[in-house]
Design a protein around this ligand. Structure first.
Ligand code: GLA
Length: 394
């Protein structure tokens, strides 16, 4: 994991303020943070008006900012380098690389009516990149909460999440639903978020991991996923085609019975739809478990089989796993995890395992051993702790 301890504390933000002065000549007006996320369960449901249970993690992107008198954005990322651009140069298809997420946030805010000024921005992140933990959504969300404040754009969390999603889809050109941005904007310490992507309601639900003696182990498989964007768009299209074939507004309205009406000559469409329908059901069941765990934390262990069933469905029906994800999930379970599943879009990224706290190290070593045995680069593991959503920290 590329971990920058500076980003992990608000003391870190103060230290970065010194760096800001050194780089830009005077103090920042503030510092804003937004977390990466892991999704407990509910994968590839967001763009089907379905259900999901993500949580913000402690790893986060920090953005320190100060307004400028011109209309230029000067960006300095401690991880990715430097870029300077004019606000008038930003637009769909015009910026690439990491800067597109920040510039895209600015573009979306301006499209929404912000009175933009130029900005100096210093960016630091300890969210592992390319690990399926939404480092890009965290960057968009941290940038947007900073811009919303500095550019006097009073917007709700949901509205800001939608602007962040526009940045990703329209300016960075990466297809996605709303889950990552909504999770980063709305996360609450110690909670998962029960999100309904039809009503767009977001309800924080306590996740009493410590009381249950459990931990969430994130295993970053460090596997490349270059083909992910095309495959993601293809999955979205298949889901929308399945809903259309059923005459439904979205797969949210489908049930196991209605799936029988899909043309058996299109088995792939049937499998895609079956994943979405069964995943929504698993989220509903997980929510029942979380509610029961509020009074009896030991009930949290019941999430394990639901996580494993989600992985099997993503592997067999939605077909977005790769061998490194499958091997990590299987090795984690064999070593004592109560359940494990891939998180995020798939084709690489991370696996989330629910583990008895005392077995976390053992599970982690077992996954590493399984990788080494196959001649693969060792994965990186860390414990996910449910952290706070996007906010001002200085
Ligand atoms: C990516 C997208 C999300 C969501 C997940 C799959 O992370 O950005 O919107 O669709 O994949 O659940």
């Amino acid at each position: 994991m590329t971990s920058s301890p500076a980003a992990a504390t608000d003391g870190g933000a103060r230290a970065l303020a010194q760096r800001f002065v050194a780089e830009f000549g005077s103090a920042p007006e503030g510092a804003w943070a937004a977390p990466g996320r892991v999704n407990l369960i509910g994968e590839h449901t967001d763009y089907n008006e379905g259900l999901a249970l993500p949580l913000g993690i402690r790893q986060r992107v920090l953005v320190l900012a100060r307004r400028r008198h011109d209309r230029r954005l000067r960006l300095l990322s401690l991880e990715s380098g430097q870029q300077e651009l004019a606000l008038s140069d930003i637009g769909p298809g015009r910026i690439s690389g990491w800067a597109a997420y920040v510039a895209g946030a600015a573009w979306a805010a301006i499209e929404d009516g912000a009175s933009a000024t130029g900005l100096d921005l210093l960016i630091d992140s300890d969210v592992p990149m390319g690990a399926g933990l939404s480092s890009s959504a965290a960057l968009e969300c941290a940038s947007l909460v900073a811009m919303a404040e500095l550019w006097s754009l009073p917007r709700s969390r949901l509205e800001l999440a939608r602007l962040a999603q526009r940045a990703e889809v329209e300016v960075a050109g990466v297809p996605c639903g709303l889950m990552d941005q909504l999770a980063s904007m709305c996360a609450q310490e110690g909670h998962a978020l029960a999100i309904d992507f039809r009503s767009l309601s977001v309800e924080p639900v306590p996740l009493p991991l410590a009381r249950a003696g459990l931990g969430l182990l994130v295993i970053d498989t460090r596997s490349p996923h270059q083909l992910a964007e095309g495959a993601y768009a293809e999955r979205q299209a298949a889901c929308h085609a399945a809903a259309r074939a059923l005459g439904l507004p979205s797969l949210r309205d489908a049930n196991p019975g209605s799936l029988a009406r899909l043309d058996p000559a299109r088995p792939e469409l049937v499998r895609r739809a079956r994943h979405v329908v069964s995943e929504n059901e698993r989220v509903t069941q997980s929510l029942v478990v979380l509610r029961a765990a509020a009074t009896d934390a030991t009930r949290l262990a019941e999430l394990g089989p639901l996580l494993s069933a989600s992985h099997a469905s993503l592997r067999d029906d939605f077909e977005v796993t790769v061998p490194r994800l499958d091997v990590a999930a299987e090795a984690a379970e064999s070593a004592g995890a109560l359940g494990a599943r891939m998180v995020g879009g798939g084709f690489g990224g991370s696996v989330l395992a629910l583990v008895p706290a005392e077995r976390a190290a053992e599970v982690s070593s077992a996954v590493t051993a399984a990788y080494v045995e196959r001649g693969w680069e060792a994965p990186r593991g860390f414990e996910a702790l449910p952290g706070a959503g996007a906010r001002r920290v200085l």
